[in-house]
Design a protein around this ligand. Sequence first.
Ligand SMILES: Cc1cc2nc3c(=O)[nH]c(=O)nc-3n(C[C@H](O)[C@H](O)[C@H](O)COP(=O)(O)OP(=O)(O)OC[C@H]3O[C@@H](n4cnc5c(N)ncnc54)[C@H](O)[C@@H]3O)c2cc1C
Ligand code: SF4
Length: 578
Amino acid sequence: MKMPILGAFKAPKNDEHRVGLLQTIHAPMKRFDREDEVDYVIVGVGSAGGVLLQRLARAGFKVVGMEAGPFWDTERDWVSDESGSHKLYWTEPRVTGGTDPLALGANNSGQGVGGGSVHWAAFSPRLHPSDFEVYTRDGVGADWPIDYADILPYYEQLELEMPVSGPAYYPWGHPHGYPYGPHPTGGVGNALIKGCTALRIPVSIGGPVAILAGSHGDRPHCIYRGFCIQGCKVGAKASTLVTHVPDALRNGAEIRDRCMVSRIELGKDGRACGVYYFDREGDEQFQRAKAVIVAGYAIESPRLLLSSATKGHEGGLANSSGTVGKYLMAQAGNVVLGRFEQPVRMYKAPPAHALTEEFYETNPKNDFARGFAIQTVAPLPIAFGKQMVAARKAWGWGLRREMMDYNHWASFGLLGEILPWADNTVTLAEDKDRFGLRVAHVTFNLHDNDKKLIAAAKKKTEEVMWAAGATTVVQESRYAHLVGGCRMGSDPETSVVDRFGRSHDVANLFVCDGSVFPTQGSANPGLTIQALAARTADYLISQGDRVFTSDIRDMTEPKIRRQLAPPETWGKGVPRLK
Ligand SMILES: Cc1cc2nc3c(=O)[nH]c(=O)nc-3n(C[C@H](O)[C@H](O)[C@H](O)COP(=O)(O)OP(=O)(O)OC[C@H]3O[C@@H](n4cnc5c(N)ncnc54)[C@H](O)[C@@H]3O)c2cc1C
Ligand code: SF4
């Protein structure tokens, strides 16, 4: 008799680390001696950290990724069950406040190798060219120190590396096509198409989403069962855990999981010389490094810089401008739910598979600047139940009745651009975590432009839901996708890092993650975060040893190194790119 496919029900072997149904990393990985001075230490192996680790290892640097959470063996650790997946999130204590406090935890950052890319829905649109010059065009927000042309080659690279499935022609921003064909639509996608078509709103179907529409290397294709934000045990959804980390390890990177970095240390020369961290036993250790890259997410990166205050940097590292922790952004993420007479069964597809960016840009007819997108959301039953509690005040028997009706509901999310404001901040609270470190205090306030934009976006999303044929429409207010807090800019007086992620104050200290965004557009941020990480990596590689020895800033654009992409990714897919 033939072996059942994949040797079904076989437990993982001791010398293997499974990161998907078919994908195996052969353990053990490289381990540097505790006394070794490595070239780079990266704090956080998430969306950005995973790409950086892979690129720097492939270029031959000695690199260690410190990750506060576990290194998932997906066969052993994950379940395809909504209530069993909470450990994927950063659930350590944080304090929230302001006039419009953000819900922290499951709605924002991840923990564990892969970070937020493990539980993201994998929507992967690009920012638009206008996003890089919001201040110049609209007199609000800020301009980026780079423009769309600088990041374009990295978008193209990452769309192949993840890879991203989507339509052959995507009409918004800088029109382009996707390397892999689109996914078939599920019930909620059909509802979005129906509503948009009735209102003559163009809609993108089947992507862009970083989920495999066909098998790819040692990763199988999507099986449309809807557990994407629970991690995707199948391995069809891109996360750096399955896309970049295996290649990083094959090329000699070390990941030290369950290691929480507590502070960045400066040497007598004023340059970063390593990081203190609590190892998995809870003991404090020091890792020496020639350069440090912080990639801990929009909340933890500013927290670490502020916690690393030292003589000469009393307000926190890289904070001579006073902007560390400021200009934090979240996107408006209201969910609009509609009930249909016919079953929708929104669990039967990846939640992310159709969207419109028709309202993305500033429209002079509006009384607000910038815009929004409308996307499929498709929560699983527990999330749906929570939304019904919020949207309909359902409780007890009423909630039970709503939940039994789950199959008849569709949900769309609006994604609205909230502008960067100085009073939206990450600061240090007096409360301490289990390591004795002060936790982040997140303050969030909506401003006039934000409120008007959210009201208009909500109205339009509800119109689309009615036009799709819903008989009841309700909504829940919420926010998504935190970015900012260590913004990049050309002026050291108003920004934390330069356009390559190098801190203005300490020449061998870099920040590379969503925290460096000066504005956020209304595109989901994950693709841009990974593209920026690939660009920072190219810069570091082009600088070679100079990063370790010199304070001189060479602002020459780096050469684009496509050969550093994980093998079998560059040049694959439907050949639509030059
Ligand atoms: C439910 C959900 C759905 C989402 N869907 C989408 C989507 O469809 N498309 C999209 O583009 N985006 C989506 N996002 C957002 C996306 O996941 C994040 O924007 C992105 O992962 C952030 O990347 P990052 O590199 O900044 O941080 P992360 O990916 O969060 O990585 C940071 C890592 O650093 C580690 N870390 C932090 N501090 C320390 C420390 N002191 N020591 C050691 N390690 C540390 C953390 O444990 C974490 O692993 C979604 C988010 C959520 C919550
Ligand atoms: S729907 Fe596809 S991408 Fe999502 S969890 Fe299932 S197999 Fe993974």
